[in-house]
Design a protein around this ligand. Structure first.
Ligand SMILES: [Zn+2]
Length: 305
């Protein structure tokens, strides 16, 4: 009898241990974000309760990236993969379909996301190559209100993975959201004076920022960064910019002599925007502030006003 009692006690003890193993308070959650902006948001929510990794290097196009074997391995071993969705990182759709649903968080599908005004798209209706950005603009993190939504939703997912830290995750997301409200107001104030200055961006990826702060984008050079525009598009672009452009924004990893020549011949200033945030960007706020500064610097001392 005594023997059985010990066995039973051992069995209960083992069961308790198993429960603890399923919810390890001290083991860090392995969180893998597809893109740097998502990793920056995740870092705010996870604090030091998770190891936050970024799948893509900052220099890679988020629309088209050849996954390596090691990338596949990282995806499989992550507790949670945070990505935008097939509208952005189409190359992840297949590998992520092989993971368990609880391993994947798709930001594009979150309820309550903010989208740029529909009339924002009117400027661009004559462009046909929409395959990569089918539907709504997937660069959702460029509106800080969306970053707050992603943070809140992520806090709930992390809370499921590690219930012991649930309160901490929610508090982190709340604190981050409050900071984002201030950042949003600050950007709104800073950018108001340059609202009417016409410009073109390098790739059509800034709709969320442009829409949120009411900026006057008149054109873009290319629909996705790695695709070079055709002659017809460049001609249209030149026409639009000649009429109402003050500034042309390029991106750090794409150099195009034709654009520099066009800017010079039309007397446009050339600015630089990075929607992903370079190596030196270490927080989401910094990423958006830098973007705001990028717009401001180029648009500020306008020849028309
Ligand atoms: Zn893009």
């Amino acid at each position: 009898m005594r023997y059985c009692g010990v066995l039973l006690r051992d069995a209960l003890f083992s069961a308790a241990l198993l429960l603890v193993v399923a919810i390890p308070a001290q083991a860090k959650i392995q969180l893998l974000a597809s893109l740097k902006p998502l990793a920056l948001i995740a870092q705010e929510v996870a604090g030091d309760q998770a190891d936050v990794g970024t799948l893509l290097p900052v220099s890679a196009s988020p629309h088209d990236y050849p996954l390596k074997m090691s990338d596949h391995k990282r995806l499989r071993s992550a507790d949670l993969v945070l990505w935008i969705g097939p509208e952005m990182e189409s190359f992840l759709a297949r590998p992520l379909a092989n993971l368990k649903p609880q391993q994947v968080m798709t930001a594009y599908q979150l309820e309550g996301l903010y989208w740029p005004e529909a009339d924002e798209a009117d400027h661009h209706h004559h462009h046909q190559n929409h395959s990569a950005h089918e539907g709504k603009d997937p660069h959702i993190w460029l509106d800080p209100r969306n970053a707050a939504l992603i943070a809140q939703a992520l806090a709930e997912r992390l809370a499921q993975l590690q219930p012991d830290s649930a309160q901490q995750f929610r508090a982190n997301a709340q604190r981050f959201s409050t900071l984002l409200q201030q950042l949003d107001e600050q950007l709104m104030q800073q950018l108001t004076p340059v609202k009417n200055r016409g410009f073109a961006v390098y790739h059509e990826g800034y709709g969320h920022f442009v829409g949120r702060y009411g900026l006057h984008q008149v054109a873009y050079v290319t629909y996705i960064p790695e695709r070079r525009p055709g002659a017809k598009h460049l001609q249209e672009l030149r026409g639009v910019l000649a009429k109402e452009g003050e500034c042309l924004f390029m991106e750090p990893y794409y150099k195009m002599d034709a654009m520099e020549e066009m800017a010079a011949s039309l007397d446009l200033r050339v600015g630089l925007l990075d929607p992903i945030g370079g190596q030196q960007v270490s927080s989401y706020q910094q990423l958006l502030e830098q973007l705001g500064q990028g717009f401001l610097t180029c648009l500020a001392d306008g020849r028309n006003g």
